[in-house]
Design a binder for this molecule. Structure first.
Ligand SMILES: [Zn+2]
Ligand SMILES: [Zn+2]
Length: 344
């Protein structure tokens, strides 16, 4: 029988495995200096990137409703749109996409991703530590401690060097939302990455006609819409670029969601998979309950709401407190036919 490989023995890309930078006296290496610089830039750029994202989204939304809709549904002399049913259906669909984008972006930015101090109301650092430790010890006998913030770390928690705290079910720090993607805002981040590429594709489909029109018109020809031609052209290019970039990222995050992995875990799991492969062993992600189970968990369907809540851009908290997760009952590595011995 081949031996199971405990997860703790596997090298990890978790940044908090390094020595705490703040207490070091030795000279920092070049890569550590670069890491600190990138962290500092991410922290400072956040508000600028959020403003830029809102500005660009607003421009595209204005372009859609002020140029594309009037182009496809010109108003007659009576004030009625030419195709009333098509007009209403289009307004409902595009309104839904705008709601999906803006609401999920707002939720992703404003929802705290979750920290180990959630639910702890201690008055000072020492009692915070004690309270967190007591809570963690109800989940696991020897909880690990973060080397940077010195607090006990629940499973799937990692330290964010930009936010300077441990984040529950840490995925990554996103400067575009000036926030970490973690347990409590993961859904909103993934849904934003879903609605935005869909809207970009529809925007480009609706924009083909106006785009060809503005390409045909000369400088002195009448352009009957309230947005300058250059901004309409810019919006089309922007939608194409954003649709491809965000769409690619959305596909990646959907893969992670369906396989119940965070970005960080995926790197570690890939490493373990390769080790298993060489040893002829089978790898199992203990947080995965199969594609359907993972989807139900991710959207909190069944416990919190019916299936159609997955399609509604509303605030729905995830399952659990982010400090302990249900497991499918199997360890990271499972010998063929030797399940009991190899539970982790
Ligand atoms: Zn930490
Ligand atoms: Zn962060």
């Amino acid at each position: 029988m081949s031996a199971a490989i405990p997860f703790a023995a596997v090298p990890t890309s978790d940044p908090d495995d390094k020595e705490p930078i703040t207490t070091r006296r030795r000279k920092l290496t070049f890569s550590e200096r670069m890491e600190l610089l990138i962290d500092a830039m991410s922290a400072r750029l956040g508000p600028i990137l959020i403003s830029l994202a809102v500005l660009l989204l607003s421009l595209a939304i204005f372009c859609y409703f002020a140029v594309f809709i009037p182009y496809h549904y010109p108003r007659q002399e009576t004030g009625e749109a030419s195709d009333r049913f098509g007009y209403i259906a289009n307004m409902v669909w595009s309104g839904y996409l705008v709601w999906g984008i803006m609401a999920n972006y707002y939720y992703a930015v404003t929802t705290p991703p979750g920290t180990v101090l959630d639910g702890i109301s201690a008055e000072n650092d020492e009692s915070s530590f004690q309270d967190v430790l007591l809570e963690m010890e109800t989940y696991t006998e020897f909880p690990p401690t973060c080397k940077r913030c010195h607090l006990p770390k629940p499973e799937r928690t990692h330290h964010c060097s930009v936010c300077k705290k441990c984040i529950l079910k840490y995925d990554h720090h996103c400067p575009w939302i000036h926030n970490c993607v973690g347990h409590f805002n993961h859904r909103y981040f993934v849904m934003f990455l879903t609605y935005l590429p869909m809207a970009c594709a529809y925007f480009m489909y609706m924009g083909i006609g106006p785009f060809l029109l503005l390409a045909e018109l000369g400088d002195n020809d009448n352009w009957p819409y309230p947005l300058p031609k250059a901004l309409v052209a810019f919006s089309m290019v922007l939608a194409g670029a954003m649709g491809l970039a965000v769409g690619g990222m959305g596909c990646w995050h959907w893969y992670l969601t369906l396989t119940a992995q965070t970005t960080l875990e995926q790197y570690n799991n890939n490493y373990i998979k390769n080790v298993c492969k060489k040893k002829g062993e089978k790898f199992t992600n203990m947080y995965s309950f199969g594609i359907i189970g993972n989807l139900l968990d991710f959207f909190n369907i069944g416990r919190r709401g019916p299936w159609y809540t997955a399609l509604l851009p509303i605030r729905i908290p995830p399952i659990g407190n982010g400090k302990r997760f249900e497991k499918s009952g199997r360890g990271y590595v499972l010998d063929f036919g030797q399940e009991d011995d190899d539970m982790v």
